[in-house]
Ligand binder design. Sequence first.
Ligand code: GRF
Length: 217
Amino acid sequence: MSHQGNKRDIEVTGTIMKIAVFVSGNGSNLQALIDAREKDGLAGGEITLVVSDHADAYAVKRARQAGIPVFVHEAAGSSSREEYDTAISRKLKESGIELIVLAGFMRILGDGLVEEYKWRMMNIHPSLLPSFKGTHGIRDAFEYGVKVTGVTVHFVEKELDAGPVILQTPVMIGEDDTLETLEKKIHEEEHRLYPRAVQLFIDGKLDVRGRKVRIRE
Ligand code: GRF
């Protein structure tokens, strides 16, 4: 992995890259990443930690079923965002985490943590960014009446849903689509796209140049 203006290059040769997946809810993207291993995906990487801000999230159950250590950190236990992030940062360091994969994590992380993991933290968003940012990307696109929406995987920066785009795929909205059928199509696409983006990172194929992410062949 190399990138302009940031010297924290990661040497993965001969080692397994340790990945933390952050979740809050259903965890279908976490599941897709777990399942990718069975199809020889995530070669050279391993999900060694799942972080959740909700103890009862279904994603936590999925992680436990897969035998992945879970760090549940609910906001109620912290007096401030700094304290919340510091506890997470400590846990990530202890666990030797090199890549953070946000997969439906609903809490906004502070600038410190985002900076610490600059170009080593990615997120998936259910629209073609920069359209339809925010919590309801699928519904907003559907209600707007666009004919094409999609899925975006991007690096995380301080501004929400605005970091450099790693991968994007379009999803067509047909006349017969309902919000439910569109959600299904978007999630299916997410489950294909996220493991691919993570694999590109593990393979050191992503170069960030300003706003552009170049994928090295
Ligand atoms: C996904 O649609 C993702 O794009 C968004 O949150 C949702 C998480 O779904 N950021 P799941 O918890 O992975 O099923």
